[in-house]
Design a protein around this ligand. Structure first.
Ligand code: GDP
Ligand code: IMO
Ligand code: MG
Length: 437
């Protein structure tokens, strides 16, 4: 059974949670490799709704192992609260959730730093979780890791040194904050004891598991266009959400990864600031938002909505080496007479296919839209390809044609069974135990 990465191909919220939960059935271990509790992965199982933020969605499958990799930034309070929420919903993580000893610890000071940055002119429209500043400390080599948190003497020294520096900067900039930093340290010392039983050398655990023939599913958070290197910088998150991040963020080498599945909506959404070439700036946006329930799972912010973007998807496919696509939320487009698709960008009377490297450059492009006839028939809940309306199939074929990618799976609703996996597809071979034969 292969080891496979499932990641967002657009700007996030593509339905990664649903897709990972669905395919986790056939894998042994599900690993998150970057981000933190800025993610919001929604999974519906029957009448129960779960929103996973830092815990891999695979935790909802009994008997699976969920691993939080070294590439994450962990707010221990958020992690423990998510564990408690799961327990209340009948999911006991004991023995099924492991945390890398090399992941970084997110502190309240990171949220304060983000609040200051977001109040300034270079606002990104973040999730306000402190994710960016925590990664800043990681990269600056002054971050605190889970292994440090568990060693009380080392934690105290590192925390005090970090806070001394932050407070000195705060004083120099005239920033006053009335958080009680010593009390926070004591709180974190208490978190350490609660987290300790879950902590391990996750990279070595995965190495051994793979050698024993176990299969690993990598769950991306955020998405390619929010990747710190390849996304629409600076309107991105602070981690590598694209496929390369799965290796650095878990310790599993590229030679052990067998495939990449990209998840894309049948249209596009984006939360927060930044360029968005196919953004719909009229009432149709609200129509899609209402029908697709496009409100942030973490912050509740309304998502900006736009048409499917072929140049963006081709870029995403190149960066990630996407083997197969999952197209989600097809049902949201059921009511349109025709569905515009962006097939290229126009800039200064020239048509281009490439993504400009700067946010300002991408702001300037105009989408060249081609209208594909709508199907005006319900697809919600359809679970067999043959039952899709002919024009919906044509829409999917158009996307396959123009992106050059296989669409191996189509999602027609939030539930597990509201999904079509194309028999014989490359995707089926990657994610289905019997598909691998
Ligand atoms: P993620 O962050 O990529 O996991 O996506 P989110 O959970 O933030 O947002 C996706 C939303 O769409 C969730 O509320 C899902 O339950 C929902 N969803 C997923 N697939 C489908 C689908 O095919 N149709 C509809 N109508 N909703 C879907
Ligand atoms: P999932 O995993 C959509 C966006 C924020 C902001 C930018 C930086 O659910 O798809 P951050 O708090 O990460 O520093 O914010 O990234 N963002 C997301 N947008 N889905 C997400 O996660 C996101 N996580 C962060 O809105 O524009
Ligand atoms: Mg989400």
């Amino acid at each position: 059974m292969p080891n496979v990465i499932i990641l967002g191909a657009q700007w996030g919220d593509e339905g990664k949670g649903k897709v990972v939960d669905l395919f986790a059935e056939d894998f042994d271990i599900i690993v998150r490799y970057q981000g933190g509790h800025n993610a919001g992965h929604t999974v519906y199982i029957g009448d129960k709704k779960f929103v996973l933020k830092i815990i891999p969605s695979g935790i909802l499958r009994p008997g699976k192992l969920a691993v939080i990799g070294n590439g994450l930034v962990i707010d221990p309070a958020a992690l423990l609260s998510e564990i408690a929420t799961l327990r209340e919903a009948g999911v006991d993580v004991t023995g099924h959730l492991l945390v890398s000893n090399r992941a970084h610890v997110l502190l309240p000071v990171h949220r304060v730093m983000e609040k200051i940055a977001e109040a300034g002119p270079a606002r990104i429209g973040t999730t306000s979780r402190g994710i960016g500043p925590c990664y800043e400390d990681k990269t600056a080599r002054r971050g605190i890791r889970i292994a440090d948190l568990l060693d009380s003497a080392s934690f105290r020294a590192k925390y005090d040194a970090l806070m001394e520096e932050k407070l000195a900067i705060g004083r120099a900039l005239g920033v006053e904050e009335d958080l009680d930093w010593t009390r926070i340290r004591q709180e974190y010392e208490a978190f350490a004891d609660q987290i300790r039983p879950m902590v391990c050398d996750a990279a070595m655990l995965l190495h051994r598991a793979i050698n024993e023939g176990k299969s690993v599913l990598f769950e991306g958070a955020q998405a390619t266009m929010l990747d710190i290197d390849h996304g629409t910088y600076p309107f991105v998150t602070s981690s590598n959400a694209s496929a390369g991040g799965a290796c650095t963020g878990s310790g599993v080498p590229p030679t052990r990864i067998n495939g990449v599945v990209g998840v894309a909506k049948a249209y596009v959404t984006r939360v927060g600031g930044g360029p968005f070439p196919t953004e719909i700036l009229n009432g149709v946006c609200e129509q899609i938002r209402e029908r697709g329930n496009e409100f942030g799972a973490v912050t509740g912010r309304p998502r900006r909505c736009g048409w499917f973007d072929i140049p963006l998807l081709r870029y995403s496919a190149a960066i990630n080496g996407i083997d197969s696509l999952v197209i989600t939320k097809l049902d949201v487009l059921d009511d349109f007479d025709d569905v515009p698709v962006c097939v290229s960008y126009r800039v200064a009377k020239r048509e281009i296919q490439e993504i400009p490297p700067t946010a300002a450059g991408l702001e300037q492009v105009e989408p060249v839209l081609e209208c594909v006839p709508g199907w005006r028939a319900p697809t919600f809940g359809v679970s067999s390809y043959d039952e899709l309306p002919a024009k919906a199939k044509d829409y999917l074929a158009f996307l396959e044609n123009r992106t050059g990618l296989e669409i191996g799976c189509i999602s027609t609703g939030p539930e597990r069974n509201q999904t079509i996996v194309k028999p014989g597809s490359r995707l089926e071979k990657l994610v289905r135990r019997n598909g691998a034969q």
